[in-house]
Design a protein around this ligand. Structure first.
Ligand code: GAL
Length: 844
């Protein structure tokens, strides 16, 4: 075993900060339909967060009651007259649209997160291919700019506090104004940013904040959405306060205890020097204080900062692992002369990350091959504006197939995605957007490291993806060295990689702490031989490329068969091969398939009218394709038997149909209407195949282990759709204005058999305490609206997402169709703790 010296630090590394508590076991009471795929979290995401008193600090969600209007990229008259003449930015305080009294009655009311791109029609223009044919860009000025406005009161007593607004992510180019004043800009669409509003507020009066968002330029080559698509926060603190993302917990695990190295940077924004100390309390998952620590007191000059540190010890710590992702919380309190001045909280986990040249990656000392998927951030119905609970749902779907890691390709993630990974036990390869050592590149990278460094789920940082220019020239090594140096400075506990797809013989790749291979299996052994002292991982490995429920390649319909036979040109290796390859090389640390979820944009392999990619192992709703069961068989290690295709082939009687079974048992015997079609032995990693003359009825597979039939799986020919069935992921959600229910909609025949080919249009009526926020069906070619209360089924399935209001009661969803009997589903919205939120100013 040859450890890499410079990486020894990692053997006892630190962890996480995020902010969530497991009040209830995470995997109990799954709704029935989820059993096959994954188990749902029972608590709402907000219920899962402990109420820890932050003392004098107010940290409020700034998401509710915004107003929105579409602007214009080139015509000031249609853009609130912004930019009508040269002088807009000439004087401070002059921007009329952000004055509290500005009349915004014509603006639409909405809550954040919000993605206006998903509301736009699809436009057949090849230049829109990456955005999934949504009209964004300089050619579409009328749909590329949006304005957000919010009025709010600031009480007189807040005078003297520092008041910050934080945006977790806005796509893209945002200009922020407050009470007529331009307070700052942020260009990229993924890094969080903060502005100090203190000097510009009217204390004891109404205030207004306005954000102009311009999505004319993109950051990527995939669907990126448009708007304030992540949370916004208002934070009010004492002038002497904990810096943003400046409480860090690093853990050193020893036999029987863990030492916590605690540090907090305190900022003194006052005009006089001050003197304080920092006290830390460590809470376990049950909310019990398990350790405390205190720093010596120190003086902080006016307008400067100071690092405070101490160590604490937890005896017999609960170790964060994939099976038991246990979190702790550190609360840092700033005290001056016995008075609490500020308090901040971070979550963390106790676990070790180790890298080994022969064994690859080890979590808590155990070899843990990365069974990963890359994922973009959008989901059916909501685009990039993904509610917190949906982040968890997406991870549950992936975890359900044994996926133990995600790569946040190709950008800084939404914090709640990382919270979900911490809570559910999913490792994260966290990726920054641009590979650059420019000020902007390092600023994005630094924001990512500082924001996420406490999170136990993050095991590796990625400096970027497929930068083919830097991969080849002499800038590349300089850029990578600067980025890695910055990363190690801010986080000495983790290593860096980058996703490299060529120029193996050029100097960038060997500079990486961990070499990241994108595809190109044929290059890997040679590269490893040439660089035996470099750690390796598969940053992007292979794609499945299937249309869910379709079993033929059809160029006219833009369908790709779900039989595992398709793969993109970039990937010489289809789904089944890569895991065999990686599994056979213990020095490779595993890898990430492209992708877990289908995503909008990159509508490969066909283009228009496809609007989504087909690379996913699950579709844009999270409905599994057959490939899901291939991965599940070999990644999840539980007995599995899966049969494809469905058995509804009217008109094809007597024709030969290819039947495939996925199984990790010893052998599988197939029966058609009770008659055996033969048994076959399972070859690990490969599916079994039979050619079957089609006769309607029951296709049954019996899976045998040690001579006993342990699993059976059937596909039955159904009649036409007779009824709609709806199933919610949770039957009770929180009435907090944020929680959602994710509802599976399907058609069954008169006997209750699912109709796998149903394409019925379903109309929805939502009454009661909540609203519909999105619909989808996973069809990459479907151009129906994501927002209208209707959706056709695609191969038997659709999904709708409903969100609770803040009033307890119930949400009633009625689904009707011309071809099947209607259905009604009630989701209870129960009284819930609301997160502290910025109250709205009353509109006179
Ligand atoms: C990769 C790239 C991904 C995606 C994929 C499609 O090379 O990193 O972002 O574009 O190709 O096959």
């Amino acid at each position: 075993m040859s450890h890499v010296t410079r990486r020894e630090v990692l053997q006892s590394s630190a962890l996480l900060a995020a902010g969530t508590f497991l009040l209830k076991p995470a995997f109990a009471h799954a709704a029935p339909f989820l059993d096959a795929v994954h188990k749902a979290e029972t608590a709402s995401v907000i219920d899962a967060v402990p109420e820890i008193d932050l003392g004098p600090r107010d940290h409020q969600l700034f998401d509710f009651d915004w107003r929105f209007i579409q602007g214009h990229g080139t015509d000031p008259a249609k853009d609130l007259n912004f930019g009508s003449d040269q002088g807009d930015f000439a004087k401070t305080g002059d921007f009329h649209f952000s004055q509290p009294k500005f009349d915004d009655a014509q603006w639409r009311s909405l809550s954040l997160p919000h993605d206006w791109a998903v509301e736009l029609p699809f436009v057949n223009d090849p230049s829109l291919n990456s955005h999934g044919y949504k009209p964004l860009g300089r050619k579409y000025p009328e749909t590329s700019v949006g304005w957000y406005r919010r009025t709010f009161s600031v009480p007189k007593e807040d005078e003297g506090r520092r008041i910050y607004v934080t945006f977790d992510g806005v796509f893209r180019s945002s200009l922020v104004f407050c009470n007529g004043v331009f307070v700052g800009r942020n260009d990229n669409g993924y890094a969080p940013f903060q502005f100090d509003l203190t000097d510009f507020l009217h204390y004891g009066e109404t205030n207004a904040i306005v954000v102009r968002v311009d999505a004319s330029f993109g950051d990527g080559w995939f669907y990126e959405g448009a708007g304030i698509y992540r949370h916004v926060w208002l934070t009010k603190v004492d002038p002497l306060h904990v810096g943003q993302w400046e409480t860090v917990v690093r853990t050193d695990v020893q036999a029987g205890y863990a030492t916590l190295n605690l540090s907090t940077i305190v900022e003194n924004t006052a005009t006089a020097k001050d003197r304080c100390s920092v006290k830390w309390q460590i809470f376990d998952a049950a909310g019990k204080v398990v350790a405390t620590a205190e720093s010596p007191a120190a003086e902080i000059a006016a307008d400067s900062k100071q690092n405070f540190s101490a160590t604490a010890r937890i005896a017999h710590p609960a170790i964060w692992s994939l099976a038991h992702p246990v979190l702790y919380y550190a609360v840092a309190t700033v005290e001056a002369n016995g008075k609490v001045r500020d308090r901040d909280r971070v979550g963390f986990g106790v676990r070790t990350l180790t890298w080994d040249l022969e064994k690859g990656f080890l979590l808590n000392g155990e070899k843990t091959p990365i069974q990963g998927t890359c994922n973009h951030q959008d989901h059916a119905g909501v685009g990039a504006a993904v509610p917190d609970r949906l982040q968890a749902y997406r991870m549950e779907v992936l975890k359900g197939m044994g996926c133990n890691a995600i790569r946040t390709s190709h950008n800084l993630p939404t914090p709640e995605l990382i919270d979900a990974c911490d809570r559910l036990g999913v490792l994260v390869l966290c990726e920054t957007r641009i590979m650059s050592s420019s000020d902007e590149g390092l600023a994005q990278l630094s924001a990512m490291i500082r924001r996420f460094r406490n999170h136990p789920s993050i095991f590796l940082w990625s400096m970027g993806n497929e930068e083919w220019v830097l991969q080849q020239n002499d800038m590349g090594p300089r850029v990578i060295r600067a980025m890695q140096e910055r990363t190690h400075e801010l986080d000495p506990t983790r290593l860096c990689t980058a996703a490299v797809n060529g120029s193996w013989d050029k100097p960038l790749a060997p500079c990486l702490d961990v070499m990241g291979f994108n595809y190109n299996l044929s290059q890997i052994d040679k590269y490893h031989k040439d660089h035996p002292k470099q750690l390796t991982i598969g940053t992007e490995t292979a794609s499945a490329v299937f249309t869910r429920g379709i079993y033929t390649n059809d160029r006219l319909r833009n369908w790709v068969s779900s039989y595992d036979v398709n793969y993109p040109e970039t990937s010489v290796d289809f789904g089944q091969k890569w895991w065999n390859f990686y599994g056979a090389r213990p020095w490779l640390s595993g890898g990430f398939a492209w992708t877990g979820f289908d995503y909008r944009g990159e509508p490969s392999p066909y283009g228009w009218p496809s609007v989504s990619s087909q690379f996913g192992i699950v579709d844009t709703c999270g409905f599994p394709k057959d490939a899901y069961f291939h991965y599940k068989a070999w990644w999840d290690n539980k007995p599995l038997l899966h049969l494809a295709p469905h058995w509804n082939w009217p008109g094809r009687e007597g024709e030969e149909i290819l039947v495939q079974a996925e199984s990790n048992l010893d052998s599988v015997e197939l029966f058609l209407n009770g008659k055996s079609l033969g048994a076959q032995k399972v070859v690990p990693q490969y599916h079994l195949e039979w050619k079957v003359n089609y006769t309607p009825g029951t296709l049954e597979a019996r899976g045998t282990k040690d001579g006993k039939v342990v699993l059976t799986e059937t596909r039955r020919t159904s009649g036409p759709a007779a009824r709609i069935v709806m199933t919610a992921d949770r039957s009770e959600i929180s009435a907090d204005g944020e929680d959602i229910a994710i509802i599976r909609v399907e058609a069954v025949d008169k006997d209750g058999l699912p109709v796998p080919t149903a394409d019925t249009m379903i109309r929805f009526k939502i009454t009661g305490e909540g609203a519909l926020i999105g619909v989808g069906n996973g069809d990459p070619n479907c151009q129906e609206s994501d927002k209208k209360p209707e959706r056709s089924l695609f191969n038997g399935l659709a999904q709708i997402i409903v969100q609770a209001s803040k009033k307890p009661g119930s949400l009633v969803i009625e689904a009707t169709s011309r071809r099947a009997a209607s259905a009604t589903l009630t989701v209870v919205t129960k009284e819930a703790r609301l997160r502290p939120a910025v109250p709205s100013a009353s509109r006179a």
